[in-house]
Design a protein around this ligand. Structure first.
Ligand code: NAP
Length: 259
């Protein structure tokens, strides 16, 4: 299927690795020029160059912390006028509900709620002027089913989800869609670090920790960044203009609910 994206430009935040990189690669495969971002310049430039080599699209790499105002300013200098925005950043650390104070919540809100909202506010007006745009926010399955040790993530991502629910309906009539992609467990560095936490806490091997987690996923495996990227590219496509304010769960059936 031709997604109708050739020649478009996208900003994909936090995309040197993992799910963000999966989205960047899938969009590049459709002929989309990219602005890619991550904090670590070396891994970012390596991923950007690999995409230039493989797909022949233009890629500008901006090393910056997307959760800070200065970082976003740097990125936005290169990303002005993009047609597609993929919001992403690292997730907050795990802990117990008694662990977190106000500063921890502010940090989580900055990273996983206020940063994507700031980028939406910066980039969507020009999409509206051109009558076409796509925003995809990478959130988490924790929006549908809480992960108790990730209370900071549960809270911040629920806030973004509420914002998107209303805002997406305010901009849909202007040709701009905003949707969320909700990853369940995917085979990225983040999953490795979650498995390391379980392995340490329970005194079991990494393989055992992974097998334990897979047992709770009907598909019996972790998702891949490629599958995730393909779903993102579809949500950005010309065919997805009627999908507005939705929360698409990619979790191999892990969240046990009817809807
Ligand atoms: P990952 O493999 O650890 O990759 C994270 C990427 O984001 C890296 O490129 C990293 O590069 C970049 N990054 C992190 N913090 C950043 C920041 N402040 N500014 C700019 N770039 C930043 O993580 P992932 O698995 O792809 O996860 C992506 C998001 O999905 C996270 O929010 C995670 O919590 C959420 N999620 C993941 C899963 C999963 O199973 N993988 C499940 C549910 C939710 P630098 O470190 O160099 O900045």
């Amino acid at each position: 299927m031709d997604l109708g994206l050739k020649g478009k430009r996208a900003l994909v935040c936090a995309s040197s690795k993992g799910l963000g990189l999966g989205c960047a690669r899938a969009l590049a495969g459709e002929g989309v020029d990219l602005v890619m971002n991550a904090r670590g310049a070396e891994a970012l430039e390596a991923s950007a160059q690999a995409i230039r080599d493989e797909f022949g699209v233009k890629v500008v790499a901006v090393a910056a912390d997307i959760t800070t105002e200065e970082g976003r300013e740097k990125v936005l200098k290169e990303a002005e006028g993009v047609d597609i925005l993929v919001n992403n950043a690292g997730g907050p650390p795990p802990g117990m509900w008694t662990d977190w104070d106000r500063d921890d919540f502010i940090k989580a809100l900055d990273a996983n709620m206020l940063a994507p909202i700031a980028l939406i506010k910066a980039l969507v007006p020009a999409m509206i002027d051109r009558g076409w745009g796509r925003v995809v926010n990478i959130t988490s399955q924790s929006v549908k089913a809480p992960i108790p040790v990730l209370g900071l993530s549960n809270s911040a991502r629920a806030g973004l989800t509420g914002y998107v629910a209303g805002t997406s309906r305010q901009v849909a009539g202007k040709g701009v869609t905003i949707n969320n992609l909700l990853p369940g467990i995917h085979a990225t560095d983040r999953a490795v670090s979650l498995d390391q936490g379980v392995s340490k806490a329970q005194g079991i091997s990494m393989d055992e920790a992974k097998a334990q987690r897979c047992a709770g996923i009907p598909a019996g495996r972790y998702g891949t960044a490629e599958e995730f990227g393909a779903a993102c590219a579809f949500l950005c496509s010309q065919h997805a203009g009627f999908i507005v304010g939705q929360n698409l769960l990619l979790d191999g059936g892990g969240v046990n609910s009817t809807m």
